[in-house]
Structures are given as C-alpha cells and as structure tokens.
Design a protein around this ligand. Structure first.
Ligand code: MG
Length: 382
C-alpha cells in the first residue's frame, strides 16, 4: 500500500487525484489540505479517512472541526498547519496547490526526503535553484505532474542526457490563438475562462489564455531537467494530443501522446516507475487524424517573452514574474484589470525590482512582498 498526501485536494488536480485513488486499491490517503473549500474537504475526509487534514483559512477551522467531530481525524489550520503536514513521512506527496503558496511545502517535503509529485509549477519558477541544491544532497525524487513535463520525463526514461538535442514543450495556444490581436483589449473574463481542450482551475485557465502557462512551464522545464536554455523549445499544437517531445542527436524524436486528461499524468506519478490500468477511453487515431503545429506568436502572447527573458536575466526576475502573475491574474478574475494589463503589469514589476542572484528563501519572501506591494499600488493608480 502506497501512502499518499495531497496538498490542494479540493482543486482541479486534487479532486482528479482522489478519483484516481478511488479506482485503485494500492493507495491510501494520509493527509489532505485545501485553502478554504471546507464542505468539500469534509466530504473528502469522510470518504478517504486521512490521518490529518489542514485548512489554510483559519476562519473555516471551527466549521471543519464541527464537520469531522468524532471521526478521529487530526485538524490543522493556517500555513503553519500546511507546513507541518508537508513534513509527514509518506511515499509520495502530491503538491497541487495553486500559485506561489505551493513553493514552501515542496521545499519542506524534499528536505524531509519525501518524494514529490509536482503539479505546482510555481515551486520550480520561484525556487528552482534551491530545489536543485536540495536534490543534490538527498535522495528525494520529483515526479512531474504537469502534463508537458510528465511527457518529457517519460520520453527521457532509458536515455542519456548527453544524447538530447532539445526538448519541445507543446501548448494548445489557448482560446485566443486565432483571435485578432487588435481585439485583445476587449477580451472578457468569460472568454478567457473557456479553454478549448483542458478542464482546469481558473488560475491556470487564465495562464493558458495569456500563454503565461507555457512561459512558466519553460522555466519549470529548465530547473527540472537541467538542460541549457537553448535546448528548450515551445511549439503550439492546438489539438493537445502530443503532450511534449524530446529530440535526440540522431534526429529521432520521442513524443508522449494521448487524450488530454490530467488523470493520466497524475496516475503515472503515483504508479511510477510502473503503469497501471484505468478507465480512460483508448485514443482513436482515425477520429483525431489531424495533428498540426505552429510557431507561438510572441506579439500576441508577450507573457511567453517575459518568462523567457526572466529565465535569461536571473533568478529574482523569475520570482517577481511568478508573484506578479499570481497577483494580476487574481485582479483579472476579480474584474479589476483588463486582459492586456496582465503582461503590462508583470513587465513593470520585473523592470522595477532590485535584482538579486540566487535569492535565499527569506530573500524570495522579501521579493514576493515587494512585488505585491508595488502592484497593489499600481492597480489602485490605474
Ligand atoms: Mg501543463
């Protein structure tokens, strides 16, 4: 029996992870956490019987305690509670937290020699250099859950790093791939929230619409796979059937493909290095007989350029990029700013920050505080 902890269990990845576990008797859930979806957390806890659960929003703690009264499940709250369960020894911790809050639990788990199924790409963007250092010192593994990185991870098995020519991250291009750039100023929240292929949470759906998601994945790939920047490419593939590819020195290309369903990379992270059966429909090549590819349009999607530049410019740029993106996406979801404000505000924050190389955790915290303060003022002034 494999013991699994799930952080962010009420979000899109978390709920799909529990579906995978529900259909498989090899896994037991040791702990769950969520931000504030207390009713769903109570329901999940009663069904999966973890040892402990944590709710970040302390205002919901008593409701959680009431809902789980007499169940014998330990109740924790706040970020201290989250950090505490991140250090509990399990076979695998799935980090499915949304945004920057996911960084610290990843670091705590890896520091405690706990294997990490990583869906929180922001961990690598905010602290890839720190995580790489931890991995040099201990044996904890990261198994990527992001579909592109899971694909690359799978294509690299049995291969030697020196034989890799490049990795090719695919992206659907999002809902505005063929929209005229002149009408980007009129993009509504509802339009941005309708992704053509993937069912995801609201933050990542907006990231896909701006294509910042691909930018963050580019940085994530750099820190995860330890390849030079010039060996990482992005290609738009609107059908989302090829989840990413690796090209080798001899011109061979391996692609990992299938229906776009996050349960596949989630399940693979659980079963790695083995594979297990599931209920996913077999892929139909005849019905999906057109796979097309395009160059990403950096004029339409400046977020890709911002992320690429941040990777070249240095670590503090990546921290500010990520924190700024979290914040402005929330402002867009709250209808406080327009779609075009998203890249403009991120760019402003990056160009006004004081650069530091290899920031420590406390320096990352300071950069994060600065970015939030700076942008909150920008939004009020806008
Ligand atoms: Mg992805």
């Amino acid at each position: 029996m494999n013991k699994i902890g799930i952080l962010g269990s009420t979000g899109s990845i978390g709920t799909q992870a529990l579906e995978v576990i529900e259909n498989n008797s090899n896994y037991s859930v040791e702990y769950l956490s969520c931000f504030d979806s207390v009713d769903l957390l109570i329901k999940q806890s009663k069904e999966f019987r973890p040892q402990s659960v944590c709710i970040i929003d302390k205002n919901k703690e008593s409701q959680l305690a009431h809902g789980l009264k007499g169940e014998g499940i330990e109740i924790l709250s706040g970020f201290e509670g989250l950090w505490e369960i991140s250090s509990v020894k399990v076979d695998l911790m799935l980090n499915a937290i949304v945004g920057s809050d996911g960084m610290k639990p990843s670091i705590i788990a890896l520091n405690n020699n706990i294997n990490l199924a990583l869906a929180n790409k922001e961990s690598m963007v905010m602290a890839g250099w720190i995580i790489k250092d931890i991995q040099k010192k201990n044996s904890s593994k990261i198994i990527p859950v992001d579909s592109e990185h899971s694909a690359i991870f799978q294509c690299m098995i049995g291969e030697s790093e020196k034989d890799i020519n490049r990795i090719i991250l695919t992206g659907s291009g999002g809902p505005f791939r063929s929209r005229d750039i002149d009408s980007f100023q009129d993009i509504t929240l509802q339009e941005a929230l309708s992704h053509p292929n993937w069912e995801m949470g609201s933050k990542i759906t907006i990231d896909s619409a701006t294509m910042m998601n691909k930018g963050l994945e580019y940085i994530e790939a750099y820190w995860l796979f330890d390849l030079p920047i010039n060996k990482i490419d992005i290609i738009v593939h609107p059908q989302s059937i090829i989840h990413s590819m690796v090209e080798f020195l001899d011109g061979s290309i391996k692609a990992q493909m299938g229906e776009p369903d996050m349960k596949v990379p989630i399940q693979y992270a659980f079963s790695y290095p083995y594979r297990i059966e599931n209920l996913i429909e077999p892929f139909n090549f005849i019905q999906n007989n057109k796979l097309t590819f395009e160059e990403p349009d950096l004029n339409k999607f400046p977020c890709i350029r911002l992320a690429k530049d941040a990777l070249v410019s240095g670590e503090s740029h990546q921290v500010v990029l990520n924190v700024a993106n979290d914040l402005v996406v929330q402002k867009f979801l709250d209808k406080k700013i327009s779609f075009n404000d998203i890249p403009n505000m991120i760019e402003k924050a990056i160009s006004n920050h004081s650069q530091i190389s290899n920031p420590t955790l406390s320096e990352i915290q300071a950069l994060s505080d600065w970015t939030k303060e700076y942008l909150n003022k920008e939004v009020i002034d806008a």
